[in-house]
Design a protein around this ligand. Sequence first.
Ligand code: HEC
Ligand code: HEC
Length: 416
Amino acid sequence: MLPITAATTHTVAKRSFSFRLCLLAQFAALGLLTACGGGGDSSATTTPATPDNPAAMSVAAQLGEKIFKDVSLSASGKMSCATCHDPDHAHAQTNDLSVQLGGANLDVPGFRAVPSLRYLNLTPAFFFAADGTPTGGFTHDGRVNTLAAQAETPLLAGHEMANKDRADVVAKLQRASYVNEFKSAFGNAIFDNTDTAFERILFALQQYQKEDPDFHPYDSKYDQFLAGKAQLNAAELRGLALFNNPTKGNCAACHTSAKGADGSAPLFTDFTYDNLGVPRNSKIPATADPAYFDLGLCGPDRRDLTERSDLCGAFKVPTLRNVATRKVFFHNGRFSTLREAVGFYVRRDTNPEEWFPLGADGNVQKFNDLPLAYARNVNTTEVPYNRQRGMAAALTPDEVEDVISFLGTLTDGYKP
Ligand code: HEC
Ligand code: HEC
């Protein structure tokens, strides 16, 4: 049983700006930010890797890189982690499909857009904060607590790498060119026990993601600006101010943009969840069934919170680092440009017909990717989505462009 705390309907919606900041301070104070995303054991020696010396990764992490890029570990023989999480595309998808195609013949569609794997190393395991705010965890619904545990899903999911079972993956690895390195890292007897061998694979994948600085380079224009090494131009500075302003974009209320109390770089997520009421995406084949709904925290993939109807439709706040490199946005990949995604935030309620279809009765079917009973879970109280028809949008079209300019400064690898 999960501890059900003071959570009430609309818990997610009602959190205030100051609460979010204090939550982060709390993390820092408890040292949670550094103690998280862990799991696995740390028996393999770890030498800190730097951008200049990635080879200083632990043996496990170096193996993890090979496993991450090995297409032979899939039923198709053509798909690896890197297929969907391409290192050259901020560790996210390269194409503009809402959902990827996997399985033995690469024709089985998935259910959600591919998140970037950058800056996940500080994600805490899932927990309810003292006031009931769901926080942390991996995937769009936070159902997984460590990067190691997360890696099991794609290896076995029928719509992804589609291996039959753990033994199937381990058998494939035994035929890989790096099998001897695997044995010298984890012992010659490692293949005597399938579960142990499989868990070493997951551990290696986790260590690679944690140790390789490519996953968290902190070298965007904005990082360099914070360090006093680069200037933002006028549009970017206006965008940053709008992003932070609690009465304009208010984006920083969830997508943290300021350094932590300890000087740590902002991750552009506070690890919480929110219900944005993103429109249904008919490009996801599963939506052909009118009864199909992806409700995030309350299922169907996540199964421990199905009773928490107040959480239905809430998805994790993703980092906005590298967001300008994405070709699909939000958990269901409904939008294909940043202009639409930001426009949706500020004109969702003032101009709903721009985003949602008309019903047979001629009325706009707002929040049409949620069963009617859960439409009330959508956040309609927090800036920028606290408007109604007839009111001015939180950001003008020019201001939307400025915010987009600012978001462009969050792309890794900035060279002045
Ligand atoms: C077919 C495409 C595909 C492949 C292959 C794939 N992933 Fe993913 N990955 C996804 C999608 C889609 C999600 C979001 C899943 C969800 O929310 O349930 C995801 C989520 C993740 C996350 C959680 C990210 C977050 O923001 O919390 C991690 C970590 C991850 N994948 C690692 C891996 C690893 C490691 C592999 C290889 C073993 C892998 N993925 C293979 C598509 C893929
Ligand atoms: C109350 C919390 C909250 C506020 C305020 C907020 N966001 Fe978000 N943001 C989220 C959540 C939650 C998601 C993921 C929603 C989903 O996948 O359905 C998200 C997703 C996004 C995405 C898509 C990222 C991706 O990888 O697909 C963009 C872009 C974005 N936000 C930009 C903004 C901007 C710009 C603002 C200010 C105008 C803003 N957000 C304000 C919570 C918030």
